[in-house]
Write a protein that binds this ligand. Structure first.
Ligand SMILES: *[C@@H]1O[C@H](CO)[C@@H](O)[C@H](O)[C@H]1NC(C)=O
Ligand SMILES: *[C@@H]1O[C@H](CO)[C@@H](O)[C@H](O)[C@H]1NC(C)=O
Ligand SMILES: *[C@@H]1O[C@H](CO)[C@@H](O)[C@H](O)[C@H]1NC(C)=O
Length: 506
């Protein structure tokens, strides 16, 4: 279920950062700078490039349409960059390009990959989606991963006091330690800034007389720098990732906190979050207690965030919380389960977290109220009725997990109505819908990567995804074929980019 976890984190990040993201307006370009590739010429073109960026898109995808003018603008600027940076696109929805979509494991649109050395190295693009951001990000990707610091001026221009900076200190710029450092810098270059030097005196902080190879991570929070002297690549990566998360990540409206927020939410660890109004009369009391408690759990798989209510509306909505529940302390564990303590007081923070760690707090399940009447053909299921109506039910159930805002779901609704009507006289079949944006769904049973997601549960309890075409005929056919009592054994249709692509992204 790793992917379900990733997507949970992703929804949270997008929900939170979406409110801050801005798109500059589209401009019409005359000449196309973005190369159009397809199955016939993909390998040939890619093999000719040391560095090429490929966007896998689908014609119907809204995010792709927003990206297109920005991507084109970036391509026009980067066309004259030295070394050259080529931008290309592939319609991954087209039948003939399905092979490419599979090869690159495209799960949603747009997906952007960076291909280096004629396609030998493939990396995910993790940068912004507006022209200036794309340009800046790619310029950084195509240059050296780590810059040498030779003078105080180099140090001044490379090291930004508001960001994390990783610098390798080496007696000579060669040897296995240096190579491991450089390789890791290349791998992590989109997430961190790297430099190296033979002279620690040029660095703003830390012991200046180190002579053995050392990695020094400079950061704008907590202890401000930390040294590490192991050069095993995995250990070094873990050091960099762990040291870059502040003891308490601040969530307010300041843009300099953004990168730390992203790292906080991307971390696979469990997350503790305290949301309150930063003008609260006892804000200092909350801050110092919370920081003290965070220190107790440092390095033990629980990361801490302190959020200002004003900046955290999207997060509150995600957790199904109201402002009057603040100060509210939340833990989201690695399985996506949430634990919530509303109207928490300063002296309850430590004991409640201890209860959580000891397994004495019950998870919170977000649910809409169970509807009083439920007599439409398609039945309404909410989190609190999922067990009774679906999981423990002895019926054959087609369950649609949808979101009110999702266009593909709106298109499907009348079709499901017709399907439900056609089974109206069959007490063993139920068609149901579940609003996945306002109800928590157990991720161990249902994997939701986009809306709509359809599952079929037989009366004997087998659960399979429905990934066929969303027509009345195909759905009815599938139910007849797969319901218990039917002759054939269950045959889940295999997922393809077609079915994947007709979902609205989360
Ligand atoms: C690749 O082939 C497609 C059609 O076969 C064509 O439209 C496209 O321009 C070609 N791309 C390049 C870069 O030659
Ligand atoms: C370099 O990294 C490799 C792979 O992690 C590791 O086996 C090796 O010991 C490292 N070299 C040094 C000097 O730490
Ligand atoms: C869906 O419909 C298309 C044509 O409309 C057909 O080619 C395809 O095989 C169908 N897929 C499934 C899984 O039935």
């Amino acid at each position: 279920m790793a992917s379900a976890r990733v997507s949970t984190a992703f929804i949270l990040i997008s929900a939170i950062l979406f409110s801050i993201a801005s798109f500059s307006s589209a401009t019409e370009a005359e000449k196309e700078h973005v190369l159009t590739l397809d199955h016939s010429n993909f390998s040939e073109i890619v093999s000719k490039h040391k560095f090429i960026v490929v966007e896998f898109y689908a014609p119907w995808c809204g995010h792709c349409k927003n990206l297109a003018p920005e991507y084109e603008k970036a391509a026009s600027v980067l066309a004259s960059h030295d070394p050259p940076v080529a931008l290309a696109k592939v319609d991954a929805n087209a039948e003939e390009n399905k092979g490419l979509a599979e090869q690159f494991e495209i799960q949603g649109f747009p997906t952007i990959k960076i291909l280096k050395n004629g396609g030998e190295v493939v990396q995910d693009y993790k940068g912004p989606r507006e022209a200036d951001g794309i340009i800046e990000y790619l310029k950084k990707q195509v240059g050296p991963a780590s810059f040498e610091i030779k003078t105080p001026e180099d140090a001044g221009s490379l090291i930004d006091d508001k960001k994390v900076f990783v610098v390798g200190i080496f007696p000579t710029l060669s040897g296995e330690e240096f190579e491991n450092f450089t390789a890791l810098a290349d791998k992590l270059r989109s997430d961190y800034d790297f430099g190296h030097t033979t002279n620690a005196e040029l660095l703003p902080r830390g012991e200046s007389s180190v002579t053995t190879p050392t990695v020094r991570l400079l950061k704008p929070f907590d202890e401000l720098f930390v040294d590490f002297q192991k050069f095993d690549v995995d250990a070094l990566e873990k050091f960099i990732v762990d040291s870059s998360i502040p003891l308490v990540t601040l969530f307010d409206q300041s843009p300099t906190n953004q990168p730390f927020l992203v790292k906080y939410f991307e971390s696979p660890d469990a997350k503790a979050m305290l949301f309150l109004d930063f003008s609260h009369e006892n804000i200092d009391g909350f801050k110092s207690k919370y920081t003290e408690v965070a220190g107790l759990y440092k390095g033990k798989g629980l990361n801490f965030l302190l959020g200002d209510l004003k900046a955290s509306q999207a997060a509150l909505q995600y957790f199904g919380l109201k402002e009057d529940q603040s100060p509210v302390l939340i833990v989201q564990n690695t399985n996506g389960l949430k634990f919530i303590n509303s109207n928490v007081e300063v002296d309850q923070i430590a004991p409640w977290l201890k209860d959580y760690v000891d397994g004495n707090v019950k998870p919170f399940i977000k649910s809409e109220p169970i509807p009083e009447t439920n007599d439409e053909p398609v039945k309404v299921v909410v989190a609190n009725s999922l067990k009774d109506m679906v999981l423990d039910s002895k019926k054959n159930i087609l369950l649609e997990i949808y979101a009110p805002w999702c266009g593909h779901c709106k298109k499907l609704a009348p079709i499901l109505d017709e399907v439900a009507v056609s089974f109206e006289n069959d007490a063993d079949v139920m068609i149901a819908k579940f609003d996945g944006s306002n109800n928590d769904i157990p991720s161990e049973t249902f994997e939701v990567q986009g809306y709509p997601t359809l599952y079929f549960k037989t009366s004997s309890g087998k659960v399979v995804p429905y990934e066929g075409n969303r027509t009345k005929e195909d759905i009815i056919e599938f139910i007849k074929k797969n319901r218990d009592g039917a002759d054939e054994t269950i045959q889940a249709t295999t997922g393809t980019a077609t079915t994947e692509s007709s979902k609205d992204e989360l």
